[in-house]
Every structure is written in C-alpha cells, then in structure tokens.
Design a protein around this ligand. Structure first.
Ligand SMILES: *[C@@H]1O[C@H](CO)[C@@H](O)[C@H](O)[C@H]1NC(C)=O
Ligand SMILES: *[C@@H]1O[C@H](CO)[C@@H](O)[C@H](O)[C@H]1NC(C)=O
Ligand SMILES: *[C@@H]1O[C@H](CO)[C@@H](O)[C@H](O)[C@H]1NC(C)=O
Ligand SMILES: *[C@@H]1O[C@H](CO)[C@@H](O)[C@H](O)[C@H]1NC(C)=O
Ligand SMILES: *[C@@H]1O[C@H](CO)[C@@H](O)[C@H](O)[C@H]1NC(C)=O
Ligand SMILES: *[C@@H]1O[C@H](CO)[C@@H](O)[C@H](O)[C@H]1NC(C)=O
Ligand SMILES: *[C@@H]1O[C@H](CO)[C@@H](O)[C@H](O)[C@H]1NC(C)=O
Ligand SMILES: *[C@@H]1O[C@H](CO)[C@@H](O)[C@H](O)[C@H]1NC(C)=O
Ligand SMILES: *[C@@H]1O[C@H](CO)[C@@H](O)[C@H](O)[C@H]1NC(C)=O
Length: 822
C-alpha cells in the first residue's frame, strides 16, 4: 500500500512535471527511464528507449541503432503487451534485482531474473545487449538470452545446455506489430545441429548442418563481405553465431513476418539497409521438395528433382516421377542387406547435406573411423563430415532416408556425402557423369502445386494439364495443393504446331495487338481453339517477365484465373498459349455503350464476386501467395458464360518465394489502378491489389473509367467523385444507366461501400480479400470507409512504366487482354 502511494506520487511527478529528456548510461533502482529518455551504450552504438512502430500509436520498450537514421529495432521487451498512447511509463530496477517496466502502477514487463541481488544495475552494451548485473558485475539477466526477430553479431542461436535457455528467433506479427508471429528460426539438435525456419508446424526452409564455414546454408553469401561463423558444440552449449571481419560494417539478420530470413547490411553512403540475401530463395530451397535420395536443381526457370544417380537409384513411383510428381522420392535399385561384406559406399559431391534429424555425430572422429562406424550399423545409411574446417575430423551418421538435398557447387557450400550401397552396385558406371551428348536433356519438369510443365530443350514444349472437375464442383479452390489427386493429361505443343494453328501467325488471326506483341487466335488440329501471345522480339516484356508469367500462371489453377495451356521459347521467339476466351475483356463491355447493355446487374455482381474469388485464391494460396500488381478491367477476360477470369501475370510477384522487391524501384502497372503507396514509393503488398480491386468494383458499378473520368463540376477522378456522392448519401446516383432497370439496391450499395473500403488512403485500413467475400455476401455490417486515396484528375508525379503501358495510352491495347475474340 505504501509502495503504491510512493509510485503514484512518483508517476504524477514524472508525468506532469517532466520537461526534459535524458540520455542515461545506467538504470538502477534510483536511476530510471521514462518516456523520452534513453539508455545509451558505452560508445553510443545502440540505445534503449520507448518507440512507436510506423503508423501506430502503441508504445514499446526496445533497442535500436543510435547512429542509423532509419530507426531499426533489434529487440523489444513488451512485444505482446503494447502500451497505449500517453500512458505514464517507467523503467527501473526493483528489488531484488528485477528490471521492471511500469505503466502507471502496473507491471507491463519484467526481466526474468532468477537470482536475488540487491543494488543491481542495467547497462546497454555496444553489441546491443542489455545486461543486468549485480554488484560484483555478475550477469543476472541479459536481453541476448531472449531474442526477438533479429540476429546481430554477438547473439547466439542454439541452446545453453546448462541452464536450458534456448536462443531462437521469432518474427514479429507484422512489420508494425512486434507481438510474436508464427515464424521461427531455431536450432534443431536431435542429431547433428542444423537450423530450421518454420511456420507453425511446417518447415519452410532448412539451413545446412552447422559448419564454421557457413551460415546455416546461407552459402550464397556476398563474398565481398567476409562473414565469420562460429559454432560451439560442447557439454555446456550448442550454438551458432556470426561476425564480420570488418567490425565497422553493421549487419543484421532477421526473420520477417512473411517467413523470409533476410540478411541486411547498412550502407553508409546511400544511408540505407541493403538486402544481401533472402531465404528461401527458390523452389529448391523449399523444404524437402524432392524427398528421399533425390536432389533438387535449378535450370533457368525450372526446378527439377533427380535421383542421386540414375543407375543406382530409381524413383519409387516411376510413373508419377515422370510426370513431375516427386512425392515418392527415390529408392536404391538394390536394397541393402544387413550382412557383413555386403555393402560399401559411393561418394556424391556438391550437395547440400541432408536433414540431420536422425543422425549421430562425433566431431573428433576421422572420416575413416566414420566409415567404419557406419559399416558396423545396419541402419546407418550414409556418413559425411559437415564441417571441413576441422582438419579432417568430424563425423555424422544418417539413420534414415536422406531428405532435402539440393545440388550446389563447392564454392556455394556443396559437400560430399558417402552413401551406403549394396556391393553389387559399387562398380556400376554412373550415368550422371556422362550426361549430355546424344542424351536428350529434360530441362523441366517443373512442379508447382501439382501442376506441371515438362519441356525438352531441343523441341518446344510439353505441357501437362490437370483436370479440374472437383474445383468446378466446389465453385472455388482455396488451396491448390489439396487437389493433387486430380488426373493429369499431357498435351504437347511444338513450335510448328502453333505455327500451323495460327496459319503461320497470319495477320488475319490477330485478336489484338498489345504492348508486348500480338495475340493470335489459333485452332489446333483436333479443333480446339487457343489464344497465342507472341511476344515481340523487341518487347519490353523481357525474358524475365516471360519466365515470371509462365512460372506464376502454371502454378495457378482456379476457375477465375485464365488458364495457361503451354509456353514455348525457341530462339528469340517466346510464345504463351492460353485457353481461348470467346468473349472479350471486361473493359470492352463496361466502358462501351452497346456492350454494356449486355451486362445486367446480376452479371456484374457475379463478375465482381468471381474476381474476388480469383484474387482471394492468388492472395491466400498458402504455397505461393501472389500479388498480381496489374489488376484492371482489360486484364479481366470473360468466358462464354460471362464468368470473369483474371489474366496477365507478367507483373505478378510471389512473396512466399525468393522475393526481394516488396519495394520496387520499377513501378509498373496501370495508372488509375495503382495504390498511392505503390505509385509513389514502390511499396506493394496484398493491399495494393485490394486498391486496384476497389477501383475495378467502382468501374463495374458505374461503367466509368477511374482514369479519364470527367465531371462538369469538379476535377475529381472516379474515386473522388464516388466518395463525395457516398458522403452525400446519394450512392445510387453512381450506377451505370444501363443497369438502371436491373439493379438490386442493397447489392449495389454494398459493392460501392466495398469499393470505397478498398481504395482507402491507408493500406492498413483496406480489408483483405477474405473479408471481401463475406462483405459481398452480405454477412455482417460493413465498416465505414475512410478518406480514399483519390487523385485530383491530373498526372500523378511518378512513374516510369516498365511494362510498355503508357500513361496516356488507352486501357485497351495491351498485353493478353485481347485474347477475347471479336
Ligand atoms: C493511474 O492509475 C490510477 C489508479 O488506478 C488512476 O486513478 C489514474 O487515472 C491512472 N492514470 C493514468 C494516466 O492512467
Ligand atoms: C521466465 O522464466 C520462466 C521460468 O524460467 C519461464 O517459464 C518464462 O517463460 C520466462 N518468461 C519470459 C518472458 O521469458
Ligand atoms: C545498496 O543501496 C543502498 C541504498 O539504495 C545503500 O544503502 C547500500 O549501501 C548499497 N549497497 C552497496 C553494497 O553498495
Ligand atoms: C556484394 O556487396 C557489395 C557491397 O555491398 C556490392 O557492391 C556487390 O555488388 C555485391 N555482390 C554481389 C554478388 O551481390
Ligand atoms: C564450451 O564452449 C564455450 C565457448 O567456446 C566455452 O565458453 C565453454 O567454456 C565451453 N564449455 C565446455 C564445457 O567446454
Ligand atoms: C561383422 O563382422 C565383425 C567382425 O568380423 C563382427 O564383429 C560383426 O558382429 C559382424 N556383423 C554382422 C552384422 O554380422
Ligand atoms: C569420439 O571419437 C573419438 C575419436 O575416435 C573417441 O576417442 C571418442 O571416444 C568418441 N566419443 C564418443 C562419445 O563416441
Ligand atoms: C545403430 O544405430 C542406431 C541409431 O543410433 C542405434 O539405435 C542402434 O542401436 C545401432 N545398432 C548397432 C548394432 O549398433
Ligand atoms: C519479408 O522478406 C521478403 C523478402 O525479403 C519481402 O519481400 C517481404 O516484403 C518481407 N515481409 C515483410 C513483412 O517485411
């Protein structure tokens, strides 16, 4: 009670009379920190204090770099207990040596001190470690034992085997919310240690088995910076840490809320953090893509799995393997026998060593001893030395099938592994060494979410298409990976087939001429109609965009997405083959006087919902999560039943994969549909698509283009106009005249409100696509939209368009939107 009074007094004093801030070098029971004060490290490298993440009002106690102009927080105390704005804060040490954060009078956070010590003090070290010491300078608590999402030199990942403290990283919930997210990176120490990045129960990425020469598999490290890695494996600890040779370079590694491990280096000249690596980089980094005894390799845009060698191993299920379904992995052609003298070892090089979960190790053993040990035990399948820095010592034995390998080079951390084989297999000549020559090289197969594409480099293209009946039956598919039981049909297109189908790319078959080149209608011999996008040789859709589109669209299967049937690169010819849409793109309906009559309200609402489903699928498919980035009326095709299909993935980005440009310098997209943060700062996210979707909804309802909208009384664009009319309570005035007789007022009002919610200025206020589905279905009350980001009708300040889409150009006339016939 007495204490409470003292505190209350203290708080009121602090809160009402404090008028200066201080830089402290120590916190104790008598020297405390309040809002505005900071605790600064010895030479001012780091400071601890209160901060608010961008755009939020919540207050947290954290540590950041003092000398870096971009506030970069490396540690947060009360991540899951934010403090409300304007609350009286106090950080001090209370007896018996507990560093405690008070808000008003309640404890928000405290150090987990287990020893009792009077007169303890807290200091911030230049490493960024907040250390609580007793009078004898003995450490009683330190922040480096409680990592958040950031790993800097001096921190460790692993475990203190004496105290049981586990050091691991946990992502923030979002870039504005430091509460613990569901992504973690931690050491796995059942066998020889490695580090795994997991999301919930799912392993996303596995680093290499620990080695003093590599950062957990981050071998593609920019070698001009010399990183040093240190592993400790002894009775008191198993840990991994890193440093830079040049300690003046500031670096950090963090696990971000979308599940990437990012490595950043501060570049003083440009005053910016530069991303030096982001993992997982590609499909081969995705955990266990190829399964047992197979390794993943990348060839151009494709990833493929191959058995460790083609003579001694065979796919467990050859049929599905040939189709690119690698889930069975490979098995030894001749099974092992548990008999003395019946086995030997074959060495495989340049591999990322397999998962070490079921291993045993002794790092003092030589490789010969290691081999002898493995021979002795029938369940031992392979051995290797994971850490070549140990002068020939080091032994790990594997007791299960070898999982999650990828082909790599020695320079990139490729290792040797000795795999146990039946004696009869030992002198079989491996084919892998004499590949090439007359051997037809299969460059793909590329498998993604059960869709596959198989190519043979010398000819054109082979494509496998899934039957999608169960998706149709359900109306929507939320997760492509659920559908792997579907039948697979193979169709081959050769360049000459396509040439014949389009009558040698005859001009009379041109459906439209886009920024990237013409789109032709074609008829295959069996009578099937196709649309062929032939990228002009000079097109600004370069090889990269082409690959991008192929990769994305083959991974995607949904009835509201246009279906890619195949693709072809031959010489400098690049072709994309799509299903043919007898109807045109949406813009040719909604913005045209006569055609718009064909779209009654029910059809329009169905189109809005279809686009919502298509976009939800793109955004939520857990394996890919795609941002389209160029959603607009001309990229929505309509089939004969007037179902919408989203097309043109030339600009789409996955942010589950090796994404490094959530912030892009190349803003590409279409004026009128771009969210402000994207157009102005190049920041894109799911919410930039939501913005474009909102514009599209308003366009569908009103039959007017956002860009190019004119009004006699003001200079607003469509969004601005809609916002004004909405606020005046006259939303129904917005509707297109051609639906005047067919519209359903509640649906129209809901659509307009949803449209306005999507175009709100602040990306965080915009709903996500899954809530959009509920909103459009009329489930629950809609929130009130806030001020939208509407441009006054003039050129926005920005932007270099990289997609061949010209600011002044019409919305028509680009990309694949002209697939529709006429
Ligand atoms: C602090 O707590 C006291 C007692 O609960 C309360 O009366 C007072 O309003 C609080 N002050 C603030 C600023 O929250
Ligand atoms: C504090 O330590 C206890 C026991 O060691 C543990 O259960 C608890 O999770 C720790 N709290 C924090 C915030 O680390
Ligand atoms: C600890 O602090 C108390 C008062 O805060 C002081 O009287 C005492 O001398 C200190 N003890 C030591 C060993 O410094
Ligand atoms: C490595 O980093 C340096 C300095 O940041 C940069 O100039 C160079 O381009 C990078 N090299 C690679 C291969 O990324
Ligand atoms: C384990 O290694 C660490 C770091 O090198 C060292 O501080 C510690 O004393 C070692 N423990 C044992 C039991 O060797
Ligand atoms: C193999 O031979 C060694 C010695 O020759 C013997 O100790 C061992 O038990 C034998 N193992 C098996 C599985 O027969
Ligand atoms: C590890 O290997 C060394 C060298 O062969 C041996 O002396 C030691 O006993 C082994 N340790 C264990 C636990 O097997
Ligand atoms: C072989 O190794 C496994 C895994 O360490 C172990 O459980 C088993 O006892 C060993 N067998 C022999 C014969 O040493
Ligand atoms: C996470 O990292 C990836 C790749 O660096 C990036 O694209 C993504 O935007 C990041 N996510 C967040 C929330 O920062």
């Amino acid at each position: 009670m007495e204490r409470a009074v003292v505190f209350l007094l203290l708080f009121s004093l602090l809160f009402f009379h404090k008028n200066h801030t201080a830089e402290l070098d120590v916190v104790s029971d008598s020297r405390f920190l309040t809002e505005g004060d900071t605790l600064v490290s010895e030479t001012g490298v780091f400071e601890l204090g209160f901060f608010r993440p961008d755009n939020t009002k919540n207050i947290y106690l954290g540590i950041w770099y003092k000398k870096i102009p971009v506030k970069t927080v490396i540690w947060v105390a009360n991540g899951d207990r934010p403090l409300p704005d304007a609350s009286p804060l106090l950080l001090k040490i209370v007896d018996p040596g507990v560093l405690t954060l008070f808000n008003n009078m309640s404890t928000i956070w405290s150090s987990n001190t287990s020893t009792i010590s009077r007169n303890a003090t807290a200091k911030l070290h230049d490493t960024g470690n907040l250390v609580l010491m007793d009078l004898n300078k003995k450490i009683i608590w330190q922040s480096f034992d409680f990592l958040i999402d950031t790993f800097v030199p001096g921190m460790k990942i692993g475990r203190n085997l004496l105290t049981g403290t586990e050091w691991h990283l946990t992502s923030w919930k979002s870039s504005q919310d430091p509460a613990p997210g569901d992504i973690t990176m931690r050491a796995h120490m059942l066998g020889y240690p490695d580090s795994k990045l997991t999301q919930g129960d799912m392993v996303r990425y596995r680093g290499d088995p620990w080695s003093n020469l590599q950062f957990t598999g981050i071998s593609a490290y920019n070698s001009s910076l010399s990183f040093r890695y240190m592993i400790v494996i002894n009775e008191s600890e198993m840990s991994f840490s890193y440093s830079l040779d040049d300690s003046s370079i500031i670096s950090r590694i963090c696990v971000n809320s979308s599940g990437q491990i990012e490595s950043w280096v501060w570049v003083d000249n440009s005053r910016k953090w530069q991303l030096s690596l982001s993992l997982p980089r590609d499909m081969c980094d995705v955990y266990n893509t190829c399964n047992a005894y197979a390794s993943c390799s990348l060839d151009m845009i494709q990833q493929s799995c191959a058995c460790l060698d083609e003579k001694r191993f065979i796919p467990k299920n050859e049929k599905s393997w040939g189709r690119g379904d690698w889930s069975g992995g490979c098995v030894r052609r001749t099974p092992l026998e548990c008999k003395n003298g019946s086995v030997g070892f074959i060495k495989y090089s340049n591999l990322k060593l397999p998962d070490t979960e079921h291993t045993w190790f002794n790092m003092s053993m030589s490789l010969d001893e290691c081999e002898a040990q493995c021979l002795k035990n029938c369940t031992c399948m392979a051995y290797a030395n994971p850490d070549t820095s140990l002068k020939g010592r080091g032994c790990v034995l594997w007791f299960n099938d070898l999982l999650d390998m990828r082909a790599t080079t020695q320079g990139n951390g490729g290792k040797e592994i000795f795999v146990k084989m039946a004696s009869s297999e030992l002198d079989v000549q491996s084919t892998s060494k004499k590949k090439g020559g007359a051997h037809i090289k299969i460059i793909l197969p590329l498998i993604v979410s059960g869709v596959l594409l198989i190519g043979i480099s010398s000819t054109c293209l082979l494509y496998a298409q899934r039957k999608r009946s169960n998706i149709h039956a359900r109306g929507e598919s939320l997760n492509a990976s659920q559908n792997n039981e579907e039948a697979i049909h193979l169709t081959m297109f050769s360049f000459s087939t396509i040439a014949t189908a389009t009558e040698n790319f005859s001009t009379k078959n041109i459906l439209g001429e886009g920024g990237f080149g013409p789109v032709y209608k074609g008829v295959l011999e069996e009578g099937r109609q196709i649309a062929v996008k032939r990228l002009s040789k000079t097109s600004s859709q370069g090889v990269d965009e082409f690959k991008n589109e192929v990769i994305f669209i083959t991974k995607l299967q949904h009835r509201n997405l246009v279906k890619l049937l195949g693709s072809c690169i031959r010489g400098d010819e690049k072709l994309l083959i799509y299903e043919y849409m007898p109807n045109k793109s949406l813009d040719s309906f909604i913005f045209a006087k006569t055609e718009s009559m064909l779209l009654d309200w029910a059809t329009r609402f169905n189109i809005i919902k279809g686009i919502t489903h298509g976009l939800l699928y793109l955004h939520r498919d857990s394996r890919l999560r795609i941002i389209h980035r160029d959603l607009k009326a001309s990229n929505i095709l309509v089939d004969q039943d007037m179902n919408p299909k989203i097309s043109d993935f030339g600009l789409a980005r996955s942010f589950g994969g090796n994404e490094t440009h959530a912030n892009t310098r190349r803003v590409a997209g279409t004026y009128g549909y771009m969210a402000p943060e994207y157009a102005l700062d190049g920041r894109f996210s799911l919410k930039t698509d939501v913005f474009s979707f909102g514009v599209l909804v308003l366009e569908i309802v009103t039959g007017k283009k956002n860009r190019g909208f004119t009004h006699p009384e003001h200079a607003n664009n469509l969004i601005g106009h809609a916002w004004d009319v909405y606020n005046e309570g006259r939303s129904l005035d917005l509707i297109d005249a051609s639906i005047a007789s067919s519209f359903n007022p509640p649906e129209v009002l809901r659509s307009i409100q949803v449209g306005l919610l999507c175009v709100q200025q602040n990306a965080r206020d915009r709903p996500n696509m899954s809530s959009m589905v509920l909103m459009l279905n009329g489930e629950g009350a809609l929130p009130q939209p806030k001020q939208p980001a509407f441009y006054i009708n003039s050129e926005p300040l920005v932007v270099e368009s990289s997609s061949g889409i010209h600011p002044g150009g019409s919305i028509n006339g680009i990309t694949i939107s002209e697939i529709g016939g006429r």
